[in-house]
Design a protein around this ligand. Sequence first.
Ligand SMILES: NC(=O)c1ccc[n+]([C@@H]2O[C@H](COP(=O)([O-])OP(=O)(O)OC[C@H]3O[C@@H](n4cnc5c(N)ncnc54)[C@H](O)[C@@H]3O)[C@@H](O)[C@H]2O)c1
Ligand SMILES: O=P(O)(O)OC[C@H](O)CO
Length: 334
Amino acid sequence: MRAAIIGAGGFGTSLAVVLGGKGIDVRLWVREPELCRAIGELRENRRYLPGIEIPSSVTPVDDLRRALEGAEMVVAATPSQVARSVFQEAAPLIPTGVPIVTVSKGIEEGTRLLPTEVLESVLPPPFHPYLAVLSGPSFAREVAAGSPTLVTVAAHWQRNAVVVQEAFTAPTFRCYTSTDVVGVQLGGALKNVIAIGSGIVDGLGFGNNARAALITRGLAEMARVAVARGANPITLSGLSGLGDLVLTCTGELSRNRRVGVELGRGRSLQEILGELGQVAEGVNTVRSARELAHGLGVEVPITDQVYAIIHEGKDPKRAAAELMARALKPEFRY
Ligand SMILES: NC(=O)c1ccc[n+]([C@@H]2O[C@H](COP(=O)([O-])OP(=O)(O)OC[C@H]3O[C@@H](n4cnc5c(N)ncnc54)[C@H](O)[C@@H]3O)[C@@H](O)[C@H]2O)c1
Ligand SMILES: O=P(O)(O)OC[C@H](O)CO
């Protein structure tokens, strides 16, 4: 099999390691020509995934045409806000009838579209049945290091999900399937916002009770939005909901959580992002998630406060106090 991975950040590179490790012929599209050359020479992506050896079956290329020629599976691994521009250029080069799997976790700004919907809007209709999403608790570094990782592959067409499941499954990378394309993508996108909130809680030094409560009420909020957008609520208790939420809200490797910790400590967003040098999807997703939820008439108090802290400079302590002072209510409305 030949696979094209479009995007050589941490995650695209880690998936190249997984597929390449299975002997799959991988073309890894690297946007930056110098980085592309360095990956080829050093067999390592020192910019986004240092210390991990890239198998010889992975060929880094900086040309989309070379990346996509003869591809039997295409993996879209760019940050979600640039997927549209990259795939507008890639569209005429993608072979027909092959799975196109997005691994981006976000909601496009302005359109509020999910990654598969962005791809649908730039690819002609014959490509649409082949779209899929792979999502779940999967830090790139742990995936590439061979730590056991479990994810979900969702596609409207079950057969397509199975093809992708079989292509990715490896001894340390186990894939489940789903047909809830919306639920799986919203789980992956919205958890980043709650992870920033969880980081803020930790940065403020609030302790374990507060973090557990934030995760639990965050999940309730994610499920409300997802259901209003047509998802099955059970999906949100799966790998791409609860699984990824717990990982990102508690794991030291999470960039979204790190942004939150530093915000909670009182540092400015600009300073934090300047130091990070990688994508923290929740920073943009919080805006689209809030718009999406308000448009659907869904209450998202945590998202609202994370938005106000990030984009309106609200004091995190005041945001926490306002969450605690909300009107009293039953935990669930059965
Ligand atoms: N890193 C992880 O652990 C992980 C795990 C699962 C999913 N994801 C998701 O994968 C997606 C990619 O994240 P990542 O962590 O690999 O990214 P990263 O932060 O490691 O790297 C950023 C990537 O974005 C590319 N990029 C930046 N500006 C661009 C532009 N204008 N046009 C095209 N490409 C541009 C860079 O070339 C680089 O490949 C995100 O949606 C992320 O949520 C990441
Ligand atoms: O580092 P983060 O916060 O972008 O999280 C990475 C992945 O989404 C974890 O599954």
